[in-house]
Design a protein around this ligand. Structure first.
Ligand code: SAM
Length: 246
């Protein structure tokens, strides 16, 4: 991603107040080199100076970033960005900040944003845990999306899963009261872990009665992915877990 030090109106102004908070230290991703298509490279280079935000250990002024006051939705790990672009397109009333480490995915979402002419999607290419800790103010988010995070199926890799108590506590602190945390997975055992971990966070409450199993129906705003449609046809499950900040 480009160095945006030359951008005239950086929304990164106020120094971080809490940059020294504890880091959950989850190594949730492995940076693969990954092949970039020509289009992904081109869109990454042309769009990131416009919609990309460089990581800096400073609080981000989200209203200044979008030039308006609207609900801010934060997404961890948008992959190739198809879901993110669809949601941003169908909800122009919200502003979306997607965080992803993988360059082909960043190039792909840049392309979708350009093609759809979206003005409410911004991207940070960095570890989302550090972004949350350092750049996002407490009580500031209307929602958080974590869709199909890497399940890390091997037991010795479970420590790499994102949805664990330290990250959930950090996320809960960044949500405004009434804001939601929405996780989705097609890995049943991870779904159960999500439900347990979110239930254990004192700042959060389930939007669904635990007597009804605790899992939420897929809300209309989350589109079915092609991968998910195929899985559902084959009889595989998908679980949505949606909690609210008290
Ligand atoms: C299995 S993919 C799912 C992508 C997408 N959400 C979807 O539903 O198709 C998980 C993504 O999360 C990203 N990721 C994992 N840990 C991350 C972190 N700490 N910060 C940013 N991105 C992360 C990975 O690079 C990967 O692209």
């Amino acid at each position: 991603m480009s160095d945006t030090a030359d951008q005239p109106q950086s929304p990164l102004s106020a120094p971080a107040q809490e940059a020294s908070g504890t880091h959950p230290a989850i190594r949730s991703f492995v940076l693969r080199q990954g092949r970039m298509s020509n289009a992904q490279t081109r869109y990454l280079e042309t769009m990131m100076p416009r919609i990309g935000v460089p990581y800096r250990p400073e609080r981000l002024d989200l209203d200044a970033l979008y030039g308006r006051h609207a609900p801010h939705i934060f997404e961890i790990g948008f992959g190739m960005g198809e879901t993110s672009a669809t949601i941003a397109e169908t909800h122009p009333e919200n502003d979306y900040l997607g965080v992803e480490v993988h360059s082909p995915g960043v190039g792909s979402l840049c392309k979708l944003v350009a093609e759809k002419g979206l003005s409410n999607q911004r991207i940070i290419q960095h570890d989302a845990v550090e972004v949350l800790r350092d750049m996002i103010a407490p009580d500031s988010l209307a929602g958080v999306h974590i869709f199909f995070p890497d399940p890390w199926p091997k037991k010795r890799h479970h420590k790499r899963r994102l949805v664990q108590p330290p990250l959930v506590a950090l996320l809960a602190s960044r949500l405004a009261p009434g804001g939601y945390l929405h996780c989705a997975t097609d890995w049943e055992e991870y779904a159960i872990q999500m439900l347990e971990v979110l239930s254990g966070e004192p700042l959060l409450e389930n939007t669904v009665d635990s007597r009804q199993g605790g899992f939420a129906p897929r809300p209309d705003y989350r589109p079915l992915t092609k991968f998910e449609q195929r899985g559902l046809r084959l009889g595989h499950g998908v679980w949505d877990v949606i909690f609210r900040r008290k």
